[in-house]
Design a protein around this ligand. Sequence first.
Ligand SMILES: C[S@@+](CC[C@H](N)C(=O)[O-])C[C@H]1O[C@@H](n2cnc3c(N)ncnc32)[C@H](O)[C@@H]1O
Length: 198
Amino acid sequence: MCPKKAYFDEKAAEWDTLIKDEVVIRIKNMVEELALPQGSKVLDLGTGTGILIPMLIEAVGSSGAVVAVDFAPQMLAEARKKYQWPNLEFLEGAAEEIPLEDQVFDEVVCNSAFPHFDDLRQAAQEMARVLRPGGRVTVMHPHSREYINDLHVSLGGAVKTCLLPEEEVMLAIFAEAGFEALTLEDVPGRYCLSGRKA
Ligand SMILES: C[S@@+](CC[C@H](N)C(=O)[O-])C[C@H]1O[C@@H](n2cnc3c(N)ncnc32)[C@H](O)[C@@H]1O
């Protein structure tokens, strides 16, 4: 098993205890601000133990659907234990090779996972592939880029090189993947890249 997958699998059982209440509130606010339309089909990429899942399910309603993808089986197992809805599906798979058809989602939301992907360009291209034209990508963190990168360097080990690129590089990665109307907000307590598939 690759070291990063093993790292997340080892952390899976305690993962939820590592997320502070104030951070959960920031994530909730960020999801609410997305104003996901009822009935949307949403991909939660790098779902982990599924912190976004109840927020996404509530937003899209029973006419929408959420697919939660992660490459670490133990993280997915923790999410599965907590959440079951008829319109929720879990899938084990890599962001660089999302095990889903083309153009099936209205939204891809990726919280606190993008810098962990081994091939950022390939992951952005896969996000574009699974979105319908006009669909939206959101790459978010409840922290600034500086905070995230400092944290990963200080944690070391499997995550020490998991860094969010500079703003111009992020925007170029997503523009090259076929996204337009790109915006990127990076302030203390909040990082959010958004774009629409052309
Ligand atoms: C820091 S956790 C965040 C999990 C969750 N989104 C959250 O906000 O709590 C990053 C997640 O990304 C997953 N991940 C890392 N690299 C991945 C890849 N290449 N493909 C799919 N999932 C990946 C990890 O297994 C882990 O569950």
